[in-house]
Design a protein around this ligand. Structure first.
Ligand SMILES: Cc1cc2nc3c(=O)[nH]c(=O)nc-3n(C[C@H](O)[C@H](O)[C@H](O)COP(=O)(O)OP(=O)(O)OC[C@H]3O[C@@H](n4cnc5c(N)ncnc54)[C@H](O)[C@@H]3O)c2cc1C
Length: 260
């Protein structure tokens, strides 16, 4: 576990803020697609630091052993870019009801949070197919945008990103933007597309939408091993809440897909 210090805060859209960070250990992180990490946000007046003294076992055991009112909140994020020891992360500002979003909406240069990862243990290669399909909401946009940057120009792709309204669009070429303000939703727009069965699919975003889309592609004959999927957040539940039966089923499916 390491600390990160904010070095810049730039609003990208009304609901998305980009921050850069410096901190120890960034130079040692390798490169692979879709790098995911845990960020630790301090409680009011508290610290993001978690002691990893050897007498408490692993870092995570030390984290769990902290008193409730001192333990920083831990949330998952995506490396938008890591270059020259500067880490860039894009934060969705979805309101004050979550500690990560709350922190991001008022963060300033010099603020300190914690970092765990990204770890190559979770690295998954980009799929290979004539056509790649990417679909997600704004929380998946950092991952989708960074994945698109890795693709050769000739690679055929279909890209769908659901956002609140046109003001949330970013300069990511080739995206079919899905606007909630226009009454659209990701599942309806993506399932209306005619897509062949021999595609590779990447899905991320709100968990029930991701599940519905995965079911759709499996139903269309896409092999489960060719669908990379992850529920990023859950309606009405925080990342601290226990997994639901659907979350557990999803985890099982992910494990099963890995061994296919
Ligand atoms: C692998 C992975 C990578 C991710 N990468 C990013 C990233 O790069 N940038 C990013 O912004 N997010 C990313 N997310 C999503 C982010 O972790 C969640 O949105 C998380 O819930 C935010 O934490 P919070 O403390 O703000 O809200 P929580 O405390 O987790 O939730 C509080 C409330 O907010 C609601 N909520 C949470 N997220 C949203 C949302 N996006 N829109 C509307 N309501 C919401 C919940 O339903 C809950 O009611 C990623 C998630 C995963 C699993």
């Amino acid at each position: 576990m390491s600390l990160l210090t904010v070095t810049s805060v730039v609003p990208l859209t009304p609901r998305m803020t980009r921050m850069t960070f410096t901190g120890p250990g960034l130079a040692e992180i390798g490169t692979w697609p879709d790098q995911q990490l845990k960020l630790l946000f301090p409680q009011p007046g508290g610290s993001a630091h978690v002691s990893d003294a050897p007498d408490v076992g692993t870092w995570y055991q030390a984290y769990l052993a902290m008193p409730d009112d001192e333990r920083p909140w831990m949330r998952s994020f995506t490396v938008r870019e890591l270059a020259d020891e500067v880490l860039t992360i894009d934060f969705v500002l979805h309101g004050a009801n979550g500690p990560a979003s709350r922190w991001a909406s008022s963060a300033q240069v010099g603020d300190v949070i914690g970092r765990f990862g990204p770890s190559p243990d979770y690295a998954r290669p980009l799929g290979e197919a004539e056509l790649l399909v990417f679909a997600g909401d704004e929380t998946a946009l950092p991952a989708i945008a960074s994945l698109l940057e890795l693709l050769p120009a000739a690679q055929q792709r279909l890209v769908f990103v659901e956002v609140a309204d046109p003001a949330e669009e970013q300069d990511v070429p080739g995206v079919r933007w899905v606007h909630r303000s226009a009454g659209e939703d990701l599942v309806s727009v993506v399932t209306a597309q005619d897509v062949p069965a021999d595609v590779w699919v990447w899905l991320g975003g709100e968990a029930s939408a991701v599940r519905a889309l995965r079911r759709h592609f499996v139903g269309r004959g896409v092999s489960k091993k060719d669908i990379e999927f992850s529920g990023y957040w859950r309606r009405t539940l925080t990342q601290d809440d226990a997994p639901t039966a659907d979350d557990l089923a999803e985890a099982q499916e992910r494990i099963a897909a890995l061994s296919e």
